[in-house]
Design a binder for this molecule. Structure first.
Ligand SMILES: C[S@@+](CC[C@H](N)C(=O)[O-])C[C@H]1O[C@@H](n2cnc3c(N)ncnc32)[C@H](O)[C@@H]1O
Length: 311
């Protein structure tokens, strides 16, 4: 099959919403070329493998690339993507150069194109994310390893919004807990919860591709007996009090279900929210407080914010 590569030169702030737009338009995977990745301080003592080539990165801004199958709808799809990206300006999202280009790649190139950017990364005190195709020897005996093949779903585990969630889970999840993961993507947060000792986890996503990817990854990590993956809109139909609800979704989406999360979480339980761009921080914080949650912690990484809220 022929694939078309759509390449968007934008800003760090716009990466997340543009990635979502590309996924929703049916893109089969997203590659992010952020020059910040080249200068980030790394804790090399932990033995991660970094093989980043500066030639692959822009001098300024960020390039988001996605792959679309070449078919008779391609023209319309690209126009729709351009229009939806331009609409982000309404939300005051800086699009930078907003230069969009298209080129053709064959399936073989596409299958490996994004993998070269993805290597084992130690993302928190305890967790290291390891792509399934890499060999990795744990450096510490108490290190927790998440093996991932995100495939077409969001969630390589290394995006700041995901890292913040995993760090928040480390601080909240107790042995035997019940966790609901809203917008599970590759399943990474559910897998992290299971490795931290949660007993019953519900991993939910609207996107059937994510559901499939999460199912595969829960098996790869041998935690599938604790995790039920289902296609579901937000918290629709969820009952029984739970200890932790975690959601790494855009701020606009979080605002839609803070009330449902409050109903679902038991007293003294937690609601972890991430995916919040800095400019939307107060809006989400106010919504959490107005619903009845107490915001215990505000965590920040690059332009992203996450909250640990308690009922
Ligand atoms: C930013 S990704 C997070 C993936 C993963 N949890 C992580 O932290 O890396 C957000 C996910 O939310 C899903 N999503 C978006 N809207 C949703 C909705 N209304 N109900 C359930 N899932 C939704 C998307 O399909 C996507 O997989």
């Amino acid at each position: 099959m022929k694939w078309s590569e759509i390449s968007i030169h934008t800003t760090q702030e716009a990466v997340e919403p543009i990635s979502n737009i590309l996924h929703e338009a049916g893109a089969s995977g997203v590659v992010i070329e952020d020059p910040m990745d080249l200068v980030k301080e790394r804790e090399s003592v932990y033995g991660e493998i970094y093989q980043l080539n500066p030639d692959d990165y822009p001098d300024e801004g960020v390039i988001v690339k996605a792959y679309l199958p070449v078919n008779s709808f391609l023209g319309e799809t690209v126009e729709e993507i351009k229009e939806t990206i331009n609409n982000l300006l309404i939300y005051d999202i800086d699009l930078g150069r907003n230069k969009i280009s298209i080129s053709e790649v064959n399936e073989e190139e596409w299958a490996t194109a994004w993998k070269k950017y993805y290597h084992p990364v130690k993302i928190s005190e305890r967790f290291t994310i390891v792509p399934t195709w890499e060999e990795y020897e744990p450096v510490h005996s108490d290190e927790l390893i998440i093996e991932l093949d995100p495939g077409m779903a969001f969630g390589t585990g290394t995006h700041p919004t995901t890292v913040l969630c995993i760090q928040a889970l480390e601080r909240t999840v107790q042995f035997g807990d019940t966790v609901v993961d809203v917008g599970t993507g590759s399943g990474v947060l559910s897998i992290a919860s299971a490795l931290l000792g949660a007993k019953t986890i519900k991993a939910l996503d609207l996107d059937p591709v994510a559901v499939e990817s999460a199912r595969l990854n829960t098996k790869l990590n041998r935690v599938h007996e604790n995790i039920t993956v289902s296609q579901n809109n937000l918290l629709d139909g969820m009952k029984a009090p739970v200890d932790v609800v975690v959601a790494n979704i855009l701020a606009e989406v979080i605002l839609r279900f803070t009330d449902d999360a409050y109903q679902l979480v038991r007293k003294d339980g937690y609601f972890i929210t991430s995916g919040i761009i800095h400019t939307k921080k107060n809006q989400v914080k106010d919504a959490l407080t107005n619903t009845g949650f107490e915001v215990l912690e505000t965590m920040v990484m690059e332009d992203w914010v996450a909250f640990i809220a308690k009922k």
